[in-house]
Design a protein around this ligand. Structure first.
Ligand code: ADP
Length: 255
């Protein structure tokens, strides 16, 4: 909604790599409760924008605000602690642990003990934590993954692994979830299940920003879409508005 508070703001963000301008003055505002789509041709700066927002890169110019606070240049662990969670284009699950253990580890890392986080406990201890286990099972249940709890992710279909990874990313209840091309490599049924999952995450109060090439998914999922080309925002608006924007049509013809 247009009057909801801003969760994320990028203000004139620049990111250069040895003179290559991957981001050339990106400004955008994502509001509480949105599912924002980020689209654009290959090399337009989408992943770089996520890397800046999640703290992997310190921008060479501009400012990032999260929850009204200036978080520019903070390291990834501080941004994670502040409530920004993300997935990557390639899966980063622990392939040998079970699905439940993957969730347990994510929950354990987000624990606060006397104000200290990231006190790593051995997996054997984490496994025996009944409260954590109950929370992990709640997460699996909410996203329809209970049937896979005892299996290692690598034994599951790719689309299910994707959903496990997203469940892990939201297990600790972040405020903002960044998804980098979650539908890549999924079949039609898997894309539909992914869409349902992302809607359910948003409905639970987590704001979502999603980079996605699957236009069918982006158009059905997002109320607002930001279009990047050559590191700049060339269009922003409803799916119908961006689809009709001449700059967008031109950018895609050149892709
Ligand atoms: P997209 O996600 O839209 O495909 P990227 O953000 O991955 O685009 O890349 C934007 C531009 O920045 C590309 O030209 C890419 O080669 C360059 N780039 C991205 N990351 C780096 C890096 N770590 N070092 C050098 N160049 C990079």
């Amino acid at each position: 909604p247009a009057d909801a508070p801003a969760v994320l703001r990028a203000d004139d963000v620049h990111m250069s790599f040895r003179g290559l301008k991957a981001l050339d003055g990106v400004t955008l505002t994502v509001r509480q409760g949105e599912i924002r789509g980020i689209v654009g041709p290959n090399g337009s700066g989408k992943t770089t924008l996520f890397n800046v927002i999640s703290g992997l890169y310190r921008p060479t110019g501009g400012r990032v605000e999260f929850g009204g606070r200036d978080v520019t240049g903070l390291p990834p662990y501080r941004l994670a602690r502040a409530g920004i969670s993300r997935t990557f284009q390639n899966l980063r699950l622990f392939g040998d642990l079970t699905v439940r253990e993957n969730i347990l580890v994510a929950l354990d890392r987000s624990r606060t003990v006397d104000g200290w986080r990231y006190l790593l406990r051995p997996l054997s201890v984490v496994r025996g934590d009944r409260r954590l286990r109950a929370r992990a099972d709640e997460v699996l249940d909410r996203y329809g993954l209970t049937a896979f709890a005892g299996q290692p992710p690598r034994s599951l279909p790719y689309g299910t692994q994707r959903r496990v990874e997203i469940a892990r990313a939201v297990a600790a209840r972040p405020r903002l979830l960044l998804l980098d091309e979650p539908a890549a490599g999924l079949n039609g049924d898997e894309v539909r299940q992914l869409g349902e999952m992302v809607r359910s995450i948003r409905d639970s109060g987590i704001t979502v920003v999603v980079i996605e090439h699957n236009m069918g998914l982006v158009m059905s999922l997002c109320e607002h879409i930001t279009v990047l080309a050559s590191g700049a925002v060339i269009a922003e608006g409803s799916p119908a508005e961006v689809a009709a924007a001449p700059a967008v049509i031109e950018a895609y013809l050149g892709d």
